[in-house]
Design a protein around this ligand. Structure first.
Ligand code: ADP
Ligand code: MG
Length: 379
């Protein structure tokens, strides 16, 4: 990737820029917990966006996307928003830095990536984090702390890309650390690194490559259910609720809302249980919790789909240690914790059985937990 980027840069602009990278992310456990003030437990992966960047002494930005074979140019004022969707991520990052009192001048850039788009690995956060970190170094002497870089990416999605996302993706892309996962407390914004040793195990994503488009905005409906129950229980968010409180108000809560809240409360505890288990090197318990999350997302939160339940079943039948839906649901990937000696058998079985049933093969992405956004250094 690096060589092609460098060559393209020289061809387009002459000379050489500075290379920056930022990764996509996965989430071991803690799904639909962010907007409930709970915990998430992501890590950065070894798939990334790489950009070669050089200030050009003008007030214009020129960017070339290798993967799309497209060039975009834009100014840095609010009315200069480019029409290319992919360029809006970069424009948004520039604008959000400027809005926060930072500096961005014109620059030339070439970038490429290997984070699969729209698979739930957050290629968009990788793109934002790569540029936010680079522009912070090139124009701002790194004055913005790393959490602010994550917020710059998040605001970019909100204000320039029409995606009302939480902070997890950008947080993980910016803060990632090799061989570590990060438990983020979405209420306080505090986080902690947990060494993640996979002795004798592998982590792998199985991408169903389906995405069910649903008409009645289920994401917003889930949020509303959670907010209603929190209000009934007299708490700010379901982070402050437990099952006893929920049971006590059962007759004031619809059966559907009850199921939603039950999932969220259980999931919050599962994240904490997984962290404890990891510290003890107990991957069996980690796996058990992952199955618990899948079950909850499927039966209580009702954001699964046939294909994901099928992949989960196949994992269980193969004796995989842990497996669950990753991401918002209704399609995308499962994340699987697999004993090494079972790995090949599981992958083969999952690919074949899925293809037999749904007419296309799932994609397989082994997860290597890696570093976050940084200036690229030769290893
Ligand atoms: P994801 O779940 O992968 O973040 P999104 O729809 O949020 O999916 O973001 C994908 C968008 O990000 C793409 O449509 C494109 O605009 C931009 N993007 C991500 N990676 C690249 C890339 N390698 N080259 C160009 N644009 C990219
Ligand atoms: Mg995204």
């Amino acid at each position: 990737m690096k060589k092609e980027i460098k060559e393209k840069f020289t061809e387009l602009y002459g000379g050489d820029g500075v290379l920056f990278v930022a990764p996509g992310r996965f989430n071991l456990i803690g799904e639909h917990t962010d907007y409930n003030g709970g915990f998430v437990f992501p890590g950065a992966i070894d798939k990334m966006i790489m950009a070669d960047i050089r200030p050009n002494g003008t007030d214009h930005v020129n960017v070339y996307s290798m993967d799309l074979g497209e060039k975009a140019s834009f100014g840095l004022n609010e009315e200069d928003a480019p029409k290319e969707q992919w360029a809006r991520y970069i424009f948004g990052v520039c604008r959000e830095i400027i809005k926060r009192g930072g500096r961005v001048n014109g620059f030339d850039a070439v970038f490429a990536g290997n984070v699969p788009l729209g698979a739930g690995l957050s290629s968009s956060a990788a793109l934002e984090s790569c540029f936010a970190n680079a522009l912070n170094e090139l124009f701002n002497d790194n004055k913005f702390p790393r959490m602010e870089l994550a917020k710059i990416g998040q605001s970019t999605e909100h204000n320039y890309c029409g995606v009302n996302c939480g902070i997890m993706d950008q947080f993980a892309s910016v803060h990632g650390k090799k061989d570590n996962l990060m438990r983020l407390d979405c209420r306080s914004g505090e986080f902690e690194y947990f060494p993640f040793k996979l002795d004798g195990y592998k982590l792998v994503l199985v991408d169903s490559r389906v995405k069910h488009e649903l008409v009645d905005s289920p994401y917003n409906k889930r949020r509303e259910s959670c907010e209603r129950v929190a209000k009934t229980l007299g708490v700010d968010t379901l982070r402050d609720a437990n099952m006893a409180m929920l049971e006590a108000e059962k007759d004031k809560i619809s059966p559907e809302d009850f199921r939603r809240a039950e999932y969220v409360i259980e999931e919050k505890d599962r994240v904490l249980e997984v962290c404890d288990a990891l510290e003890k090197g107990d991957l069996q318990t980690v796996g058990k919790c992952m199955y618990g999350t899948h079950e909850g997302l499927s039966k209580l939160y009702e954001v699964s789909c046939e294909e994901l339940d099928f992949l989960n079943e196949v994992a269980r039948d193969c004796g995989v240690t842990g497996s669950r839906i990753m991401g918002g649901g209704f399609g995308g990937c499962t994340v699987n914790l697999v004993k090494e000696d079972l790995y090949d058998h599981f992958i083969e079985t999952a690919v074949n059985k899925f293809a037999e049933r749904y007419g296309h093969e799932p994609k397989i992405y082994p997860v290597i937990v890696s570093d976050g956004a940084r200036r690229y250094e030769e290893q």
